[in-house]
Design a protein around this ligand. Sequence first.
Ligand SMILES: [Zn+2]
Ligand SMILES: [Zn+2]
Length: 290
Amino acid sequence: MYNSDWHIHSEASYDASLPVEELIASAKRYGLKQFGITDHANLNIPSFWENMYKSKQLYEKYQYEGFYYGVELTVIPKSLYDYCAKYGTREGYTFPSGDKPCELEFMLTLEDLDKLGIMYCVAGAHSILNVELDQNKIIREWHRQQMYIATDPRVDVLAHPWWFPSIKEWQDSEGRYFDKPWFGDFDVIPRSMHNELAAALIENDVCIEANLSMICGNSYPENFYRKYNEYLRYMFEKGVKLVFGSDVHRSPYGDYRESVEKALSVVGFKPEDFSAPKIHKRSGLKNLKS
Ligand SMILES: [Zn+2]
Ligand SMILES: [Zn+2]
């Protein structure tokens, strides 16, 4: 059975409410062997630092065998990172204009990861930044951000590859994507991008995530899931390590093993195909806030 989950948001995350106590109890009940909380580290401003401290406190309070303390990083413009470092807020920041893709960054430095004692990082693309809403441009931008993630030494897992944020222009009235940017036809993404990404992931020992919302459900057209799972299989056969992430944000923390197995066995995955990310021994400061 699939018995690990490397992408979970706890009550410490600004957008989540799952109590760690409940998570541990559910993990025991379902026989999860390895799992971790990965709360959002989006911007280097005080509120996100508070989330990080709270996440760490909860981890320490509920320590349990096979339970890990991770984080979810998101790609931001370097100029936004610098702005937040200078002003302590994102209020007043504007995206750089022009056609040039902006330089990228994450909220946490390697030094910050040490200070916090973070054991592993998942990282994902979540925003189109200053890119124009054009299908080809968006595909190139997503690939660019995912390449940044795959080649950065802070990252251990590429979260939800080719996930896409809520963009009204391309969604139906229920908020579902039926076509653009790639949900109608996943083959609009050039194979060369998959090959380039796979090579980078392997070279840097970064795992790819089978994210629950991307592999099954009803948020995307029905034929999308099959294509997407074939894509994961393609990456896996090239040698990319695969991990599972539920990306649960709130109670109840469910038992997803049956749906995961059903979705992924169709394309040939077996439970033993799942890996664990690299776990780092970072000591962490005793008194974090000083
Ligand atoms: Zn995410
Ligand atoms: Zn997440």
